[in-house]
Design a binder for this molecule. Structure first.
Ligand code: HEM
Length: 171
C-alpha cells in the first residue's frame, strides 16, 4: 500500500505541475486550455485525497527504520524533506481548491458527486490563494528534485533504501 500510494502520487504530481504551467501559457487554443484546466483541477483534488490517505496510512503503519549504514544526519534530512513534501502538497492542493472555489469556478469531479462549495465567494480570498499556489510551487519543485536525487543515489549505491519503495506493486 505504501509503495503503491507513493508511485501513484509521484506520477500524478509530476504530471500536474507541468500541466499547471502549460494551461496558463498565452496563445494556446481555448479548447486545449479548458481540457488542461479540467485535468489539473481534478487531478489536484485526487492528489489531495491520496496525500491525506497516505498520511493516515503512515500514522497507522509506521515506516521501518532505515539501514544503519545511512548516517544519522541523512536520516534526519530525509525525514524533514518528506514532511515538507507532504506539507507543500497539501498547501498546493488546498490553495488551488480555494483559488477556484472562491473565484466562483467549478471543480467538475466534486460538483458531479454533489460536494458543496466549502469556501465563500471572494475575489480577495481567490487572489491570496492564487499567490500561495503560484509561490509554493518553487519550494515544492526544489524538494522534489532533492528527493529524486537522493532516491537515485540510494538506487545506484544498492544499499537497500531504494528497494524499500520499489517496485510499486509486488516483489
Ligand atoms: C498538489 C497539487 C497541485 C499542484 C502540484 C499544482 C501545481 C500548479 C502549478 C505549478 C501551477 C502553475 C502556477 C503558475 O504558473 O502561476 C498551477 C496553477 C493552477 N492550479 Fe494548481 N496544482 C495543484 C492542485 C490544484 C487544485 C486542487 C486546483 C483546483 C481545484 C488547482 C488549480 C489551479 C489553477 C486554477 C491554476 C491557475 C492559477 C491562476 O489562476 O493563475 N491546482 N498549479
Amino acid at each position: 500500500m505504501t509503495r503503491l500510494l507513493h508511485w501513484i502520487v509521484a506520477l500524478m504530481v509530476l504530471a500536474t505541475m507541468p500541466i499547471g504551467v502549460a494551461m496558463l501559457q498565452e496563445g494556446i487554443q481555448r479548447s486545449t486550455q479548458d481540457f488542461l484546466f479540467i485535468l489539473h483541477k481534478n487531478g489536484g483534488v485526487i492528489i489531495l485525497l491520496l496525500v491525506l490517505l497516505r498520511i493516515i496510512w503512515r500514522v497507522v503503519t509506521p515506516t521501518p527504520a532505515l539501514p544503519t549504514s545511512v548516517p544519522h544526519w541523512q536520516q534526519r534530512v530525509a525525514a524533514a524533506v518528506q514532511a515538507a513534501l507532504y506539507a507543500l502538497l497539501l498547501i498546493m492542493a488546498i490553495s488551488g481548491y480555494v483559488r477556484v472555489r472562491a473565484g466562483g469556478f467549478p471543480v467538475e469531479m466534486l460538483d458531479a458527486v454533489g460536494m458543496p462549495t466549502l469556501v465563500p465567494r471572494s475575489e480577495t480570498l481567490a487572489d491570496r490563494a492564487q499567490a500561495i499556489h503560484a509561490t509554493a510551487r518553487f519550494p515544492l519543485a526544489a524538494l522534489i528534485l532533492l528527493h529524486i536525487a537522493a532516491g537515485l543515489k540510494h538506487a545506484f549505491a544498492r544499499d537497500g533504501v531504494f528497494s524499500r519503495i520499489w517496485p510499486p506493486l509486488g516483489r
